[in-house]
Design a protein around this ligand. Structure first.
Ligand code: AMP
Length: 222
């Protein structure tokens, strides 16, 4: 039973790869960014706070994240394993994850997707997502077959409100300040698998499967 953790800067392709892994392994993909975007819709003080932090590209507090992850990981679909996309982002979150893994007797598999800074900026500002199925496109590296529409279900694609240059710069700064030290910590523990992400999506996925272990835990061939 595994917890596969996808680490990397915003725009590194964590979400795209996590989504494929989820389909392949039959594990749920837990994107804290998506969960928080849903929570932000609530007309509450917390909802407003999350909206403001996300718009500015700043991190939501570790306390809020602890509640989110504990509740989500306790759901029955996580029993066999799950994939984390966007969590942990701080050392405190990493400690919480270690405790959770011990409690649930699961092995943590840490994968970092490395992409150069200039590519991240280009990717994020060109990113479009399907609001219906969540498929992620990019005007430069992965355009949809019909511009503006999802290949899978034909929905009109949308751009995330924090995928503008100002928010992206802030998000990349938050990554450098809060998440890069976490990467250093994981590297010293010898538990970190690092893969090159500035390559076609399929190549990155093949590499990912080769390092994680292709069939173990898989519900179907992939
Ligand atoms: P993402 O979709 O992963 O790019 O996350 C979008 C935004 O949600 C981030 O810029 C943060 O404001 C917030 N967020 C997502 N995950 C976390 C986390 N693990 N810790 C703190 N804030 C987060």
């Amino acid at each position: 039973m595994k917890i596969i953790v996808m680490l990397g800067a915003p725009g590194a392709g964590k979400g795209t790869q996590a989504r494929r892994l989820s389909e392949c392994f039959g594990y749920p993909q837990i994107s804290t960014g998506d969960i928080l975007r849903e929570m932000a819709k609530a007309p509450t003080a917390l909802g407003k706070e999350i909206t403001a932090l996300q718009a500015e590209g700043r991190l939501v507090s570790d306390d809020v994240l602890a509640g989110v992850i504990e509740a989500r990981a306790a759901l029955p679909d996580c029993e066999r394993g799950f994939i984390l996309d966007g969590f942990p982002r701080t050392l405190d979150q990493a400690k919480l994850l270690d405790r959770l893994a011990r409690e649930q007797v699961k092995e943590i598999v840490l994968v970092r997707v490395i992409v150069p800074y200039e590519t991240l900026m280009k990717r994020l500002t060109g990113r479009k997502t399907c609001p219906l199925c969540g498929e992620i496109y990019n005007t430069l590296s992965r355009p949809p077959l019909k511009e503006g529409f999802c290949d899978r279900d034909g929905s009109a694609l949308v751009q995330r409100t924090d995928d503008n240059e100002e928010s992206v710069a802030m998000r990349l700064r938050a990554y450098e300040e809060s998440t890069a030290p976490l990467i250093d910590y994981y590297r010293t523990t010898g538990r970190l698998i690092e893969i090159e992400g500035d390559r076609p999506v399929n190549d990155v996925f093949e590499k990912l499967l080769s390092v994680i272990g292709k069939k173990e835990g898989a519900t179907r061939e992939c």
